[in-house]
Design a protein around this ligand. Structure first.
Ligand code: NAP
Length: 316
């Protein structure tokens, strides 16, 4: 098959799945599937715009109480007001996923007002490249926000997860660009790939080590020959770390007793028309949010440590 034909086929498949999902979204959850209520608390990071705003809106439309967080209090409050005016249970609190004081204040407020949370959606992220650009000028900011920010929230909020038979849920918004074994955009070092792939021997130090080694090479100006992913390198490294950390945490969390279970998964929203892509992309933020909401609300959840796109598991 020629390249154009392959692209056409992929486009057809994508369109077909897009239609399937829009149909699936019209099917309401039945009463016995609804493990949640207005007492169920979800926290969404970077909820003031884009996919995070849509995840907030859709979760609230399903009847969950959602805490919309944003690093900028003015835009966050405004976004929450818009959703409240639409009759949704959405409340705002400031949260910068990179600021320890902000995280601490948020956690204290959450416990005092809601007694904890049931669902965490780690959506906040940055990316400074567009099209074929591949600058690493902001590599530290990208890796810190996307990976360490996600980790900060997971570490801070796990102790605040409410105990329930449905289990707590963590959804990490990630990207196919961060796949370890994708056809394209791979880390070239097979040894490192194997270390990151092996959940039996994987540790936080291995993941941090890979990210820090990339950042060190950026600082030294040697990253281009380091065998890192070729497209949006800093962003891909950060999301690869998120995907790998998701698998590591799923393993660590699997030891928790019944009623204290926490399920953690990640997903790629697709190429979405948001500020991050300069409003390029082939789907809306509403569609991009779908798999996060689906994962957060899965009835009979036992799935953990997996990577999804368009409501299906995909290769890590
Ligand atoms: N758009 C796509 O095609 C695409 C594809 C794959 C994955 N994703 C992922 O989808 C998620 C949402 O992206 P988007 O497309 O909706 O982009 P976006 O419109 O740029 O939204 C990103 C959000 O993250 C927030 N944020 C950044 N740094 C933060 C920090 N330190 N603390 C708290 N919040 C912070 C931003 O806040 P400010 O408004 O204050 O900047 C904004 O609310 C990201 O994880 C992204 O990597 C997007």
């Amino acid at each position: 098959m020629g390249k154009t034909e392959k692209t056409e086929k992929a486009k057809e498949r994508r369109e077909k799945r897009r239609q399937e999902i829009s149909l699936l979204r019209t099917i309401p959850y039945s009463d016995h599937q609804r493990w949640w209520s207005a007492e169920t608390i979800a926290v969404v990071t970077g909820g003031n715009r884009g996919i995070g705003f849509e995840i907030t809106r859709q979760l609230a439309a399903h009847g969950v109480t959602v805490i919309l967080t944003s690093r900028d209090p003015n835009v966050g409050l405004e976004a929450a007001n818009v959703l409240q005016e639409g009759g949704l249970n959405v409340f705002f609190h400031q949260l910068d996923v990179l600021e320890p004081v902000s995280i601490k204040e948020f956690c204290d407020w959450l416990v005092e007002n809601y007694g904890g949370l049931d669902i965490l959606v780690n959506n906040a992220a940055v990316n400074y490249n567009q099209g074929s650009d591949n600058s690493v000028e902001h590599a530290a900011q990208v890796c810190f926000t996307n990976y360490y920010g996600t980790k900060n929230m997971i570490q801070a909020l796990i102790p605040l997860m409410k105990h329930s038979s449905a289990g707590g849920r963590i959804v990490n918004v990630s990207s196919r660009l961060g796949r370890l074994n994708g056809k394209r955009n791979k880390i070239e070092d097979q040894n490192l790939r194997e270390q990151l792939a092996n959940t039996e021997t994987l540790t936080e130090e291995i993941i941090d080590g890979a990210v820090n080694s990339f950042l060190k090479q950026v600082e030294e100006g040697t990253w281009e020959s380091g065998g890192w992913p070729k497209t949006f390198t800093d962003y891909s490294v950060s999301k690869l770390a998120v995907n790998t950390y998701t698998r590591l945490m799923a393993k660590i969390l699997s030891d928790r007793p019944e009623d204290e279970k926490i399920y953690i998964n990640c997903y790629c929203p697709g190429w979405v028309k948001t500020a991050m892509t300069g409003y390029a992309g082939n789907i809306s933020a509403e569609e991009g949010a779908d798999t996060a909401v689906w994962l957060a609300l899965l009835p009979d959840q036992a799935i953990t440590g997996k990577f999804f796109a368009e409501r299906r598991e995909i290769k890590y």
